[in-house]
Design a protein around this ligand. Sequence first.
Ligand code: UDP
Length: 496
Amino acid sequence: ESSIGIESTLKAVFLPFVSKSHLLFMVDMARLFAMHNVDVTIITTPANATHFQTSIDRDSSRGRAIRTHLVKFPQIPGLPLGLESVDAETPKDISSKIYQGLFLLKDNFQQLFRDMKPDFIVTDMFYPWSVDTAAELGIPRLNCTGGSYFSHAARNSIEQFAPHVNVGSDYESFLLPGLPHKVEMTRSQLSDWVNERSNDFGNIMKMIKDADRRSYGSLFRSFYELEGTYEEHYQRVTGTRSWSLGPVSLWVNQDDFDKANRGNAKEKEENGVLKWLDSKEDNSVVYVSFGSMNKFPISQHIEIAHALEDSGYDFIWVVKKTEEGEEYGVLEEFEKRVKESNKGYLIWDWAPQLVILEHSAVGAVVTHCGWNTTLESVYMGLPMVTWPLFAEQFYNEKLLVNVLKIGVSIGAKEWKNWNAYGDKVVKREDIGKAIALLMGGGEECLEIRKRVNELSDAAKKTIKVGGSSHTNLKELLEELKSFKHQKVNHQMEGEV
Ligand code: UDP
């Protein structure tokens, strides 16, 4: 580290999105920069801050220059006080009111960027307008993007070559042209906004892509050893710059307290579940979770319950109540039964996922292929049963199953919207088959475990001094410093 005075400390402002999923990865990213001597301010609203403020307080007590700047959420008719975040349990009419409020906040955010005079800003992909504010201020905007490089490559292939248009049915496979590997998908696995010509969300995604192109570059939570081929492919095809800084959540959440409290998980939950895990053999427990955004109908929950009970393996299952008045009694009965037999542990709403995945008793993960959970599982050396549902998760599944070969597919056929229940129910037999394959100890399963363990070693190395993500961060910070110095020099020349 060069010795740097206060005036040469980089000052950054981070603006995360208002859903727990995007919020948490962006806060991790902000904390990563603060960990490397950047002065960081995170702008958010009070209810969103409750999801992460403890981590920020701990970082600042560690001597890091990081703080939260709160902006009051606007009052919107019909929006109950304190509802400021769009998650699985947020009803649709409430989400649209939250978006309205967020739209009203845009001017405030822009003014804050002007007042705070940062050297660069890092904003969520869902704030494409921020690229213009950065241009006005003459500073870089770094885009904090979602998903894997692979998912961007797959989407680009579909947009460029439209291979889905020429198939006879929604279930006929087509090849994704131009990718380094042979990957096939069906139209039913693509998002509605890719399939439909005119779609509001599709138009937003076009604006986001355009803003990505005009940004200084994008920050990815991936790492070179995981999908370097696709990192290079992405940079070549899009002509944009990007930095792989992952896995970020494990880089910044290194002590037990940080891990246990991420996302404001309740401590008593952690004590209970860790004690339960302590009583289990190594690699004997299946962890089942579908992230922060998913909605399942009760009929799907029942299939999962049967599959888990019939599998014979011990399990932890994170269950979300997403509908008022929905009949969850069956699950409460199930919970009682598996608690008595000591076979299973249900966590309602939010689990301390990092400490659970880290426990040696956990042997596999059933996941919706959310990119954060994927990276966390890889880091912990855990193979995955892949059950994609929405967003870019079907692409992530292809990466895990076909390219990296560290996952077993449940055979999900239908993309759905994150806030919809969907009409397809995956049957208990299919869930059971995939779990048995991964937990059964056969040859295929041993190969999968070997591969994921190699990637786990790479994930741990990449964030240490000399590792590729570590080097990427150092280089990016050096570059941002020289950008700042050039700007200051220009300003001084202008004044002379
Ligand atoms: N998470 C958690 N507890 C939960 C559910 C999720 O800590 O009960 C964390 C998880 O560790 C991950 C993130 O929230 O970092 C979920 O991100 P992912 O991309 O897997 O799914 P999403 O919520 O975006 O669909």
